[in-house]
Design a protein around this ligand. Structure first.
Ligand code: DGY
Length: 326
């Protein structure tokens, strides 16, 4: 039996799984993260931690949690956890890959289509009573998607799932950047690995699917936007700080790129000043990539299964640092 802290609301099933395994669970059933000081106090006796991407789990948290053995993040991204520091202290860390891949790719593609066909603007137009006559060339002319070039920045699981939708569903040519050649995706979809500047120059739609790391922080700045087509659209379902949002606003205002769809934000949930007031060809969503009921429940189940395995002395299926701990 271990002491487990669940930092935020995860729904009843995950909590029950842990209690059925006879662990002592402290469940903070709230929908906002704790402050750092509160987290450091709450984690004091924890041997297992279930946390969300809005919990910053850093060295100060580790210092406050001498008994901590394992952290199960309920997210595939884990930039909120200092995994290196956890490893140095022998703490296992796990994430929730796979179960959210298709839902997140669906969302990326929904954003792509909605942006290209200007659906949020069209909806607002109708509700404002502006539809007075049919026009051959209406104010809300959109972009073709079928047969265009889709650039995937980061051909991991989600990137590949977005690419699959583009290539198989919409006849798109797929370009990608990645640390290594993705032979399976090249064979399946005819995708082509290119340099980042090549991807920027040639893509009609650019989908960001890389994790947030020091290398990808502000990967998209004004300089990047200037290398894109003026008709290009940028879709971000990864992490907000990959885009410098002030620069994105400048690029949109100046017509450097055509449009952008953002599901994640630089200082989430805060909005960069100006972003919410800018409406033309800018689509905003509140981090909904994996947000279907089914997928979110699977993420919780996956995180809890990882924790149960780790606390039982097994290697959790989605451990991020098990090899380094051996
Ligand atoms: C993740 O799992 O990293 C996603 O951003 C959550 O939707």
């Amino acid at each position: 039996m271990a002491n487990i802290l669940i930092t935020q609301h995860i729904g009843g099933a995950g909590v029950q799984m842990l209690r059925e395994a006879r662990h002592h669970v402290t469940y903070r059933d709230k929908t906002e993260p704790m402050g750092q000081a509160e987290l450091q106090t709450a984690v004091r006796h924890a041997e297992g931690l279930v946390c969300l991407l809005t919990d910053r789990v850093d060295t100060a948290v580790f210092d406050a949690a001498p008994q901590l053995k394992m952290i199960a993040n309920v997210a595939v991204g884990y930039d909120n956890i200092d995994v290196r520091a956890a490893t140095a202290r022998g703490i296992l860390v796990s994430n929730t890959p796979d179960v959210l891949t298709e839902a997140t790719a669906d969302h990326a593609f929904a954003l792509l289509l909605a942006l290209a066909r200007r659906l949020p603007e069209a909806d607002a137009y109708m509700r404002a009573g502006k539809y007075e006559k049919f026009e051959m060339f209406p104010p809300l002319l959109g972009l073709d998607v079928y047969g265009k070039t889709l650039g995937i920045v980061g051909m991991g699981r989600i990137g590949a799932a977005v690419a699959r939708r583009g290539a198989l569903g919409f006849g798109m040519k797929v370009l990608y950047t990645a640390n290594s050649v993705k032979t399976a995706v090249e064979q399946e979809l005819g995708a082509q690995k290119v340099t980042f500047p090549q991807l920027l120059h040639q893509s009609d739609f650019v989908s960001i699917n890389v994790p947030l790391t020091p290398e990808t922080y502000h990967l998209f700045t004004l300089d990047t936007f200037r290398q894109m087509k003026p008709t290009a659209c940028l879709i971000n379902t990864a992490r907000g700080p990959i885009i410098k949002e002030d620069d994105l606003l400048v690029a949109l205002r100046q017509g450097t790129i055509w449009g952008a769809a953002l599901d994640v934000f630089e200082a989430e949930p805060e909005m960069t000043p100006g972003l919410a007031d800018y409406h033309d060809r800018l689509l905003l969503a509140p981090h909904l990539g994996s947000a279907t009921g089914e997928t979110r429940r699977k993420m919780v189940e996956t995180a809890v299964s990882n924790l149960l395995a780790g606390l039982a002395g097994q290697t959790p299926p989605n451990a991020l640092n098990a090899e380094q701990l051996v």
